[in-house]
Design a binder for this molecule. Structure first.
Ligand SMILES: Nc1nc2c(ncn2[C@@H]2O[C@H](COP(=O)(O)OP(=O)(O)O)[C@@H](O)[C@H]2O)c(=O)[nH]1
Ligand SMILES: [Mg+2]
Ligand SMILES: [Zn+2]
Length: 318
């Protein structure tokens, strides 16, 4: 006698979600290769939405189109909203020296989100051929702030070994504005042309999916690289970042804590704040400070709204 539980038990697979489109997920199972799966109703009913990077347990669905079910999702080490992914080890933030103009506020927001989520972050600056000076300048600023930084101009030849070493056996997402060269860089690092590049993907079988959803690609020697859709708008508050999270994205500013007159100094014009001295000696970049202050004001404003207004209890509900 064979009951269904036995069959599922025999075939239970563990895997990592590579991508999900329209409720259908592609799962990489170590020895068994790739499987399509859809979440069991109970997961959906409990509001668990699988993400690329999730560790999952598969069973059998009995549906020839989507042969597997996602029966369980492993506890997440971390989770990002944009790009929507789970269990990242490293975020590679890609920015271009020109075309599009570098969006440094976006870079800094991603650094805050990564730090607040406990994910290491590094920077890759592309399109050096379109602006060598700008590329060098951005690299100087972020290296001084403490972030590992690489520069590229039409990535070709052998990828830098130290970057490859850093990616090995990790789940790594590439994030940044649209058009900065994320997919081009990923192809370079994967040693293939798996990612469609350019403004419009004309690749058959891939279609527009690569540009709209995050997708993980297994690295030949272990680990996964994720291409993510480019984006230009990102709100720190949507990612749940508070004042502490902002500071974590600006380690060179966090480092002056203790030098200011007031503990918990925001470095926004407080008396005897040490920030001016750090600006003067070059330890803090003026652009980074300006963005820190803008982010800090924005999150402090939101958190001041969190406090219940005295009359809020009396408000009528309609
Ligand atoms: N001039 C120049 N163009 C590049 C470079 N890297 C990528 N591109 C081009 O920029 C466009 C966008 O690249 P893509 O990789 O699709 O960017 P993504 O949207 O971030 O994935 C493509 O036409 C690429 O050929 C580079 O280093 N220099
Ligand atoms: Mg792309
Ligand atoms: Zn201060």
């Amino acid at each position: 006698m064979t009951d269904r539980a036995d069959v599922v038990g025999d075939l239970a697979l563990e895997g990592v979600i590579l991508r999900g489109i329209g409720g259908k997920y592609l799962v990489s199972c170590a020895s068994e290769g790739l499987r399509f799966a859809k979440p069991r109703g109970i997961l959906r009913n409990e509001g668990h939405s699988p993400l690329p990077g999730d560790r999952v347990t598969l069973g059998l669905s009995g549906d020839p189109d989507v042969p597997c079910t996602i029966d369980a999702i492993g506890a997440r080490r971390n989770q990002l909203v944009r790009p929507a992914m789970a269990n990242l080890d490293l975020l590679v933030i890609v920015v271009s020296a020109a075309a599009p103009e570098p969006d440094l506020p976006l870079v800094d927001k991603l650094l805050c989100i990564a730090a607040a989520s406990g994910i290491d972050a590094v920077l890759c600056i592309g399109k050096g051929d379109l602006g060598q000076e700008r590329s060098d300048e951005i690299a100087r600023i972020y290296r001084a702030a403490g972030f590992p930084t690489w520069t590229f101009a039409f990535p070709s030849g052998t990828p830098p070994q130290d970057l490859l070493d850093l990616l090995k056996d990790k789940t790594v997402a590439f994030a940044g504005q649209s058009g900065v060269g994320k997919s081009t860089l990923l192809n370079h690092l994967l040693g293939s042309d798996r990612m469609a590049t350019g403004d419009v993907s004309a690749r058959i079988g891939r279609g527009r999916h690569t540009t709209r959803h995050a997708e993980l690609f297994p690295l030949p020697n272990g680990g996964f690289l994720a291409d993510t859709p480019g984006f230009s708008q990102l709100e720190l508050s949507d990612a749940g970042i508070d004042a502490q999270g902002v500071l974590e994205g600006f380690p060179e500013i966090a480092a002056i804590e203790g030098e200011c007159r007031f503990t918990g100094c925001r470095h926004i014009g407080e008396k005897d704040c040490a920030i001016d001295a750090r600006l003067a000696d070059g330890a803090v970049d003026p652009g980074r400070l300006e963005r820190y202050r803008a982010f800090r004001r924005a999150v402090d404003l939101i958190h001041s709204y969190d406090r219940p207004a005295p009359s809020s209890g009396a408000r009528s509900r309609r």
